[in-house]
Design a binder for this molecule. Structure first.
Ligand code: 5GP
Length: 201
C-alpha cells in the first residue's frame, strides 16, 4: 500500500521544527522530505539531514529540469521539494512529511497530481510568535522583520488546510499531529480492505 503525504505549514517561529522532530521519532514508517534551498545553513544544520543546500544556479537548473514537485521563493530564498525521493518513499509504504510554506501547499492543491493531507500549525498568538523568533536567536533583525511580516499573510491561508494544530503546549501539539497521522492510516486501511460495511461496532 502507498504511504500518505502530509503537508505541514506554519509561520516561522511557530515551533514546527521541534514538533516535527518529535513526531518523526515517535511514529514508525514516517519520513521527512528533505528540501532543497538556496538559504545559507544555520549553525547546527546538516547537509542532507535538514536541507540540501544548493546555489541559485543549481536550483534554477532543477526548476528547468522539472525536478520539483513544488518550489517557491520564501523570505527571499528558493525552497523546493524534489519529486523523485518523495514518490519513492510513498511507493515503499512510508508516510512522508513535507514541511513547506503556504505557497508550496497551494501549488500541490492546484496541480491535482498527488493525494495529500494538509495541516496548519499556528502559534498561540502574534506576540508569542515574535518572542519565540527572538529567543531562537537564529535570525538577524532584517530576517525577523521579513518573517513577522509574512506570518500575517500565512495565517490568512490557514483556513485552506484540513487540520489546524495550535502550538500552545509542545507535547499537546505533538500528540495532535500523531493522532492525525494514525487516523489517516486507519482510513487508508478501511478503504483498502473495503471492510466498512462488514464491521459492526
Ligand atoms: P526556514 O528557513 O525557517 O528553514 O524555512 C522557511 C520556510 O520555508 C518555512 O515556512 C518552511 O516550511 C518553508 N520551506 C521549507 N522547505 C520548503 C520547500 O521545499 N518548499 C516550500 N514551498 N517551502 C519550504
Amino acid at each position: 500500500m502507498n504511504g500518505n503525504l502530509l503537508i505541514v505549514s506554519a509561520p516561522s517561529g511557530t515551533g514546527k521544527t521541534s514538533i516535527l522532530k518529535r513526531v518523526i521519532d515517535q511514529v514508525k514508517q514516517l519520513e521527512f522530505s528533505v528540501s532543497h534551498t538556496t538559504r545559507p545553513s544555520r549553525n547546527g544544520e546538516q547537509e542532507g539531514r535538514d536541507y540540501h543546500f544548493v546555489n541559485r544556479q543549481t536550483f534554477e537548473r532543477m526548476i528547468a529540469e522539472n525536478a520539483f514537485l513544488e518550489w517557491a521563493m520564501v523570505h527571499d530564498n528558493y525552497y523546493g521539494t524534489a519529486v523523485e525521493p518523495v514518490e519513492e518513499k510513498l511507493r515503499h509504504g512510508f508516510d512522508v512529511i513535507l514541511d513547506i510554506d503556504v505557497q508550496g501547499a497551494e501549488i500541490i492543491r492546484q496541480q491535482h497530481r498527488i493525494d495529500y493531507i494538509d495541516v496548519f500549525i499556528a502559534p498561540p498568538d502574534a506576540t508569542e510568535l515574535e518572542a519565540r523568533l527572538r529567543r531562537r536567536g537564529t535570525e538577524d533583525e532584517q530576517s525577523i522583520a521579513t518573517r513577522l511580516a509574512n506570518s500575517a499573510e500565512e495565517m490568512e491561508q490557514s483556513s485552506k488546510y484540513r487540520y489546524l494544530v495550535v502550538n500552545d503546549q509542545l507535547e499537546d501539539a505533538v500528540t495532535m499531529l500523531c493522532a492525525i497521522i494514525y487516523a489517516q492510516r486507519a482510513e487508508g486501511r478501511r478503504n483498502l480492505h473495503g471492510v466498512s460495511h462488514r464491521i459492526s461496532l
